[in-house]
Design a protein around this ligand. Sequence first.
Ligand code: ZN
Length: 309
Amino acid sequence: MRFGGIEAGGSKFVCAIGGSDGRILIRSTIPTTTPEETIAEVAGFFRASSVNEPLAAVGVAAFGPVDLQRNSPTYGHVTSTPKRAWQHCDLVGMIAEAMGVADVAFDTDVNCAALAEYMYGAGRGYDPLVYMTLGTGIGGGAVIHGRILHGLVHPEMGHLRIRRATDDAFPGCCPAHGDCFEGLASGKAIAERWGAPAHELPQSHAAWQLETHYVALGLADIIVTLSPRRIVIGGGLRRRLLWPVLFDDVRQLLNGYVRAKEVTDLISNYIVQPALGDDSGVIGAIALAVRAAAEAGGPSASTFTRTGT
Ligand code: ZN
């Protein structure tokens, strides 16, 4: 069986067809313009690429704030985004209609990346699994008992109220909280604090020591809250972290309180980089589709599928 995956991003849509093993067979990248134009191109790609074998299901990993509440009248809609043309757009409904399918599985990009690493990547066999992305923003998703953690809304690990370092005068850049985790440690925060974007700061710059400390604070909070069996850190900024310092810092922050050997002795095997690299979003969309097809007709199918419009 073949499955369609769409990573819907603010600058591009990555579309792919994959098998149930999560392997990508065909892919295409489409620039994000208006919803009508972009989604028409997406549908065109899938029409042309699935002539010989129809797709068993389609999954969407969506950017930005999206309504995940199945009972909500705006389920599947983008809620607020700086991209005006996409504000309040019925992303899931438009994709389903353009592709001529009744069901589109749908979740946030970070939740999809968590599921992808859990099913096919560095998180295989580790439950609960936490996936965190460090980029322009910071986000985290969790897979618990084999399922993506949903709740009132969805986890907002980027907005943990971590403690600001005493020698950090930067007030933070989160519009809601100022110096929350994302407000202190996102790519946006780094650029504002140091007056230069992350890619212009050399690896010897003090920015990376501070960044590593903030990530350690965030991870320590997540470890004591969700008790993950493994944490995968994705996003471009992960490449700039001082990993050995991160491991020491997390251990010091926990201070022997979490006695598992994964933390005390094997932490470099506990906090790891993704196995799927930058493909975790689109593979996550395929993973959602695989799940949706497997669960279709089952008691919990509605968790992942949009049923009717
Ligand atoms: Zn915040």
